[in-house]
Design a protein around this ligand. Structure first.
Ligand SMILES: [Fe+2]
Length: 285
């Protein structure tokens, strides 16, 4: 395990419980079912450059729930640096929402000013660690709210890799002082596609860094697992959530369903299942 110093800010973050990603098609159910949802994650990009009415709607969500902004397009892995206009907008949103933490991905979404349109994995090497850390430090200079970083999936082992994924993640967390948003489904998918034991992987990440989880069902397409965020959560993924909660003092879990929505009770049943796993390991009451 890597020697790390956990910043006090991470240890002091509040326990939020179990919630879901806010999605417009689920709006009425989410506003109606407050007692079954402890907190919400909002996709920051869905509120940036939005009309006033959209921000008034944020007020409504904020009046009911703690909101965690989750960015898609800051592109922390871009060697050319972050887009300052985009960062300015993010700063405003986070000031407005006043969350206990916010999150972005260990990925890049643009290169050479070209928008790629999806989260692209970084090579696991020192060059990408250096560029990523420079960007995170620039962002941390603008946003004091703790940033947690999310692991993504990768289809192929890039030829520029110099280290294993867990070493790469550990060094990024260590050098940025950030917490980890552990996407348990992404961990499961990567372990299946790249042939490793996800629990052994988990144990190489400092437990105190794991602040929040994402989960949702994955699916197999053309022989490989993919994370399309549109399936019910498989038992194997709940088993892995159980292992994570046994290992790490997780403060919040978000169901990250984007599409192919089942009846809302099926989603709240998944929240309850995750909540009970947290209770089992005394992560919350
Ligand atoms: Fe995720």
């Amino acid at each position: 395990m890597l020697e790390t110093v956990v910043t006090p800010a991470l240890e002091l973050l509040p326990v939020l419980g179990v919630g879901m990603g806010y999605r417009d098609p689920l709006c009425n159910d989410i506003l109606r079912c407050r007692e079954k949802i402890d907190f919400l994650e909002i996709t920051a990009d869905h509120f940036l450059q939005s009309p006033t009415a959209r921000w008034r709607f944020l007020d409504r969500l904020c009046s009911k729930y703690t909101l965690i902004p989750h960015g898609l397009n800051l592109s922390l892995g871009s060697a050319e640096g972050v887009n300052v206009e985009y960062l300015n907008e993010l700063v405003e949103l986070i000031k407005y929402v006043k969350p206990p933490w916010w999150s972005e991905h260990i990925a890049f979404t643009k290169a050479g000013q070209i928008e790629i349109g999806h989260l692209s994995p970084l090579p696991f090497n020192q060059e990408s660690i250096a560029a990523f850390c420079d960007n995170v430090h620039e962002v941390q200079d603008r946003i004091e709210t703790p940033l947690i970083l999310e692991n993504i999936t990768y289809n192929v082992d890039l030829p520029w890799n110099e280290m294993e994924e867990n070493k790469f993640l550990g060094e990024l967390l260590d050098r940025t002082g950030c917490g980890l948003l552990l996407d348990v489904t992404n961990l499961f998918i990567n372990s299946q596609n790249h042939g490793y034991d996800p629990v052994e992987f988990l144990k190489t990440i400092p437990a105190e860094r794991i602040i929040q989880l994402h989960f949702v069902g994955g699916m197999i397409k053309e022989g490989k697992w993919i994370d399309n965020h549109s399936q019910n959560t498989q038992d194997d993924i709940f088993t892995l959530i159980d292992s994570v909660l046994q290992y790490a003092p997780v403060k919040g879990i978000i169901l990250e369903r984007d599409d192919n929505f089942p009846p809302f009770t099926a989603l709240t049943d998944e929240l309850e299942r995750a909540r009970n796993l947290g209770r089992k390991h005394k992560r919350w009451a």
